[in-house]
Design a protein around this ligand. Structure first.
Ligand code: NI
Length: 268
């Protein structure tokens, strides 16, 4: 496991950019001059709820760096469970980790996922690079499509493995924009497609969190039998509002996150 927070996030970011080149361009659109002036609100990671690779195994990498568990979320329709983590240093990015409830799927899908996870070496899960190590298994395109028919999330994890599913621009800290709406407009003007499931802006000032996201970039995946471009990762934008005590709300809104998951759906 990493002993330095910045090294871990730098590695996650480099790995994310490999399949999400639009993130660099989005920084330019948002007025970044050197990149470091865009503050990351949170990252999200995805996994399966099987013992070897479950949410807690991913979380261990962050707990070792001073993070603590701060909230849990249920997504019944998508058959997902999630927790979020915060660091004692409030300027450190928050971390949102979800896991697919494998037992809720058909026996065929369960067998596929158990086979994939069976190919992961237990040592790999605690290695420094696990959170940006990609896949540890071979999967062919037909199997990917079979997973896709039951769960877009399952198919995404099968294709992309362990990596940041998204980074999130902290809109409160942007100099040139003061609302999610203004960020959305700048992105649309530049030709980006936003996730419009549930509306372009998820959440509200009353819920203390507003979020939007791009639809995922497409990048090539080397399946066992062919190489194809499929949705990879996306960029999210979040504005937080103060609670009664004046501190900015630091949690997540389940109904909003539910729609954000759809940012890796294929654009029709
Ligand atoms: Ni997010």
């Amino acid at each position: 496991m990493h002993t330095d927070l910045h090294t871990l996030f730098d590695k996650l970011w480099e790995n994310y950019l490999e399949v999400t080149p639009s993130a660099q361009e989005i920084h330019r659109i948002l007025g970044s001059t050197q990149g470091g002036d865009i503050v990351n609100d949170h990252i999200a990671l995805r996994t399966f709820n099987l013992e070897k690779v479950g949410l807690e195994k991913l979380a261990a990498h962050f707990l070792a760096l001073g993070y603590r568990e701060c909230g849990e979320y249920h997504f019944d329709a998508k058959k997902l469970y999630a927790k979020h983590y915060e660091h004692t240093d409030p300027t450190a990015p928050k971390v949102f980790i979800s896991e697919l409830l494998v037992e809720a799927f058909s026996p065929e899908v369960q067998a596929i996922i158990r086979d994939l996870v069976g190919q992961v070496s237990p040592d790999a899960v605690s290695a420094d690079n696990f959170l940006y190590s990609g896949t540890h298994w071979q999967v062919d395109y037909a199997t990917y499509k079979q997973l896709l028919a039951e769960s877009e999330y399952a198919a995404w994890v099968a294709a992309w493995g362990y990596r940041a599913n998204h980074f999130t621009v902290n809109v409160n800290q942007l100099e040139g924009f003061d609302s999610v709406e203004a960020v959305n407009q700048a992105l649309k003007d530049a030709g980006y497609v936003l996730n419009s499931s549930g509306g372009e802006i998820k959440g509200s000032p009353a819920e203390l969190l507003e979020q939007s996201s791009t639809m995922a970039d497409k990048a090539e995946v080397r399946f066992a039998d062919q190489t194809l471009a499929i949705p990879s990762c996306f960029y999210e934008f979040a504005k937080r509002y103060p609670k009664a005590d004046g501190q900015l709300y630091s949690g997540f809104v389940a109904a909003s996150a539910d729609k954000i998951f759809e940012s890796t759906d294929a654009v029709m």
